[in-house]
Design a protein. Structure first.
Length: 424
């Protein structure tokens, strides 16, 4: 809901406070008003405009106080979207109008449409009750309107401009929120590692069932299209109609855009490689989630060369306990040295507890590679395992481990929520 702080004041004080605040905001935004305000309730008053004139906010006199705060919200949403898609948004040829209704009945609806007239087209968003409007819906409507206006500026057939699937727009809007990116990636990687995701062609279909059921997946797929490449930005190409002919969205065109070919098998392989690379990304410095901890745990096995190749072998890997029993095998020692470097890399950029755990396992593996005695190896492994059990207890409860500004470990016990990471 918009600006519920206003309700804390008496009506007379609220009016005086709002006038002072709006005056300051007007100077900051350089908002322009075309005529003096009309004070009679229910009578339309002058709109306020963004600095570039591409956004206008209208309201009746009874809702005049909402014009500038709404303009601030639109401008901030536009700024975030511009950084996300790397495009300059806002068009005077197809401006965005936000119209506040005069209701105060708790109506949360956000109504959006494109209007056409003799002098061109414009995007309109209506808020029947600006106090109660659903901000999530409003934010999405702003993004859709700005992207649609951009597509109008670059031209193209109207049918092509309508061809982007809903999941892609929703994914871009979701990806804008930095606080959800790590959780979305963790969820997508978990589904992928358990074989719960369909093929790349099915994922990128216009009616993608996976993205409809899992919003996190749509955000991660959108992230792949938002990566800048030497030949340009894939998302910009899609906005121009690069994956559609008439009203038909073609996953094969997306495959060519991302892999250079429309071979479904190559598309799957490229998606797998990209997800592997994303698993190593540090989206929020100093943060460890349950998903990150689970992926770290997958590295706590050794795959010595030659193991599992003969008929009697049941598997081609060893647990660290089993590796201690085979400490005199050169292949095990060599594998331990390689895995020590891998474990170090897996904890880079994470919180202090995972870094300390990585260091403990590294000491064990390096000692194993150097031929340390069994008693020493078992001691080092026990210390590391105890640290891992402690970390897993924390993340299993939904905690998000985070390094504070001072470098100390902090945690949030709220499940499914990430606190912003701090750069050190």
């Amino acid at each position: 809901m918009f600006f519920t702080w206003v309700n804390f004041f008496s009506p007379s004080f609220r009016a005086r406070f709002a006038v002072g605040f709006l005056s300051l905001a007007a100077g900051f935004l350089q908002a322009q008003e075309s005529e003096p305000l009309v004070r009679r309730a229910g009578v339309p008053i002058a709109p306020v405009y963004s600095k570039d004139g591409s956004v206008a906010v209208f309201a009746p006199a009874s809702q005049a106080g909402y014009r500038l705060p709404i303009l601030v919200f639109v401008d901030r949403t536009r700024e975030t979207l511009q950084k996300t898609v790397r495009l300059k948004l806002g068009s005077q040829d197809c401006p965005l109008e936000v119209v506040c209704g005069g209701q105060r009945n708790g109506d949360t609806r956000v109504l959006a449409a494109r209007l056409r007239s003799g002098d061109g087209a414009r995007e309109r968003i209506e808020l029947p009750d600006p106090e109660a409007a659903d901000l999530g819906l409003f934010r999405r409507a702003i993004c859709v309107a700005l992207l649609r206006a951009w597509r109008t500026d670059v031209g193209g057939e109207e049918a092509v401009r309508k061809a982007l699937p809903e999941w892609l727009i929703s994914g871009v809007v979701r990806y804008m929120d930095r606080e959800t990116r790590q959780a979305d990636l963790d969820r997508t990687l978990l589904l992928w590692s358990h074989g719960c995701l369909p093929t790349a062609t099915e994922l990128f279909a216009a009616e993608s069932l996976a993205t409809a059921k899992e919003p996190a997946v749509s955000a991660v797929l959108a992230a792949w299209l938002l990566e800048k490449r030497p030949e340009g930005l894939p998302f910009e190409t899609l906005l121009r109609g690069g994956a559609a002919t008439a009203t038909e969205w073609r996953a094969a065109s997306v495959a060519r855009l991302l892999t250079g070919a429309d071979d479904p098998v190559a598309f799957d392989e490229a998606l797998d490689l990209w997800l592997l690379s994303e698993a190593r990304q540090v989206l929020q410095p100093g943060v460890t989630t349950k998903g990150i901890e689970q992926r770290f745990r997958l590295r706590l096995l050794l795959y010595p060369w030659g193991y599992g190749k003969n008929k009697d072998a049941k598997r081609d890997w060893l647990t660290f306990d089993e590796a201690v029993a085979h400490a005199d095998d050169p292949a095990v020692r060599q594998c331990a040295l390689v895995q020590a470097a891998s474990i170090k890399m897996a904890a880079l950029g994470r919180d202090g507890m995972l870094l300390a755990l990585s260091e403990a396992y590294t000491y064990f593996l390096e000692a194993l590679a150097k031929g340390a005695k069994t008693e020493e190896l078992l001691r080092l492994l026990k210390e590391a395992e105890e640290m891992r059990n402690d970390l897993e207890r924390k993340t299993a409860s939904g905690a998000v481990l985070q390094r504070s500004v001072e470098g100390r470990l902090g945690d949030s016990t709220e499940p499914d929520r990430l606190k912003g990471g701090k750069n050190r």
